[in-house]
Design a protein around this ligand. Structure first.
Ligand SMILES: [Zn+2]
Length: 394
């Protein structure tokens, strides 16, 4: 195993604490694919089933992964599509896909002998880091954009025992402080710029293949800091290079309109440019300068996929649709994958006869306020506690 720069190709020892190349480029973990095991039999799916692909020896685990993959029978009929699935990552221990990265990242922190970890977060990362640090018995610090974090996520980070520090500014501002702190103060940084996080997240690809028994034509997922799309693509490529699969899926990344630097650059066929003031109801992807944008760009390009963006209204509509038609309650960022699919279908930019797996990244209960504030549920007046009164409202 080595760490390699995706820009200049320079290599580093994985036991050195290092987040970026000397040239500033992103690092990638290269594992030895000669030693991986073909365990893809559809049985007992959990993250650590794929341990031969995961480059750590220690294991801090809360039994993450093994999340359900549902066929969306009602929605595929309604949308007139042939084969539609959701991989529901909200079913992880802290309610988001971040647990996959943290089980590996916090294990790596222990291997490196670190007893303090830090991250900047829009919410899900902080909840996950806090839980895994608690399990590992180490100290965690999370920096969050002040006032822009979903209530459920904040509650999680606090109860798991993290030191939560609000930062005046947005996620990108908080991340800048974390990067400096990790250099100066001897704390281990577990943002998705840390390449070991992505080694956990790539197992989403393994599970999709394991659960379906085939590789779907398309993966559709939300893009915020752009680590997940990069990780899932890496997972499929490793399966391909190991000779376990014969085709690769297309990667379709969906951003929220108010925070869509990748989708804008893609659609306008120009250079990537960060956005100064990202704004969207989907707080988990409210990021103007995605740390992993280069890896994400490469994933979409290599796979023949695309980036698209959706409005907050489209996101809320998709969130309601997924819950009311399929019984799957996800947070707004997660619903952007369905919103993106619907938009791309309307624009005839995707093929209805192909198979699609939507990734929903976080549980709906993390952000209950968004439902109360946007749908303003109208309850009837309280009734007398009698069958008669009940019959009347029916
Ligand atoms: Zn480099």
């Amino acid at each position: 195993m080595i760490l390699r720069c995706i820009g200049c190709g320079r290599e580093y020892d994985p036991n050195e604490i290092r987040y970026r190349c000397e040239c500033g480029g992103l690092l990638e973990v290269i594992i030895d694919l000669g030693e991986v095991e073909n365990v893809f039999d559809g049985k007992n799916v959990t993250l650590w089933k794929y341990k031969s692909f995961i480059p750590v020896e220690k294991r801090v685990s809360l039994n993450e992964g093994g999340t359900p993959l549902y066929r969306l029978e009602n929605l595929q009929r309604e949308l007139n599509m042939r084969e539609l699935y959701v991989k529901n990552e909200g079913a992880n221990p802290t309610g988001s896909f971040k647990d996959r990265g943290m089980t590996v990242g916090v294990s790596k922190a222990l291997e490196l002998g670190m007893d303090k970890v830090i991250c900047a977060s829009t919410g899900n990362t902080s909840a996950s880091l806090a839980a895994y640090s608690a399990k590992a018995g180490i100290k965690s610090y999370v920096l969050v954009p002040s006032g822009k974090i979903a209530l459920g996520k904040l509650a999680q980070a606090i109860v798991y025992g993290a030191k939560v520090i609000p930062v005046k500014g947005n996620f990108d501002d908080a991340l800048r402080v974390v990067i400096e702190a990790s250099k100066e103060l001897g704390v281990y940084m577990l943002n998705s710029i840390n390449p070991f996080r992505l080694e956990g997240q790539k197992t989403i690809a393994f599970e999709i293949f394991d659960q379906l028994g085939f590789v779907p034509d398309n993966i559709v997922l939300p893009v915020g800091n752009a680590g997940n799309i990069s990780a899932i693509w890496k997972g499929f490529k490793e399966l391909y290079k190991a000779g376990f699969i014969e085709k690769l899926p297309r990667m379709i990344g969906v951003q929220a309109e108010g925070a869509s630097p990748l989708a804008k650059a893609w659609k306008e066929k120009r250079e990537f440019k960060p956005e100064e003031k990202p704004e969207t109801i989907a707080t988990a992807i409210r990021i103007g300068n995605p740390a992993n944008w280069k890896k994400a760009w490469r994933a979409v390009k290599e796979s023949g996929g695309l980036f698209e963006s959706v409005s907050d209204e489209e996101i809320l509509r998709a969130q309601k649709l997924l819950a009311s038609k399929e019984g799957i309650f996800v947070e707004p960022a997660s619903a952007s994958s369905l919103a993106g699919l619907i938009k791309l279908k309307e624009l005839s930019l995707i093929e209805p006869d192909e198979s699609y797996v939507l990734i929903t990244t976080g549980h709906g209960l993390k952000d209950p306020n968004v439902i109360i504030e946007n749908f303003r549920p109208k309850l009837p007046e309280p009734i007398e506690p009698s069958l008669e009164a009940f019959k009347e409202v029916l």
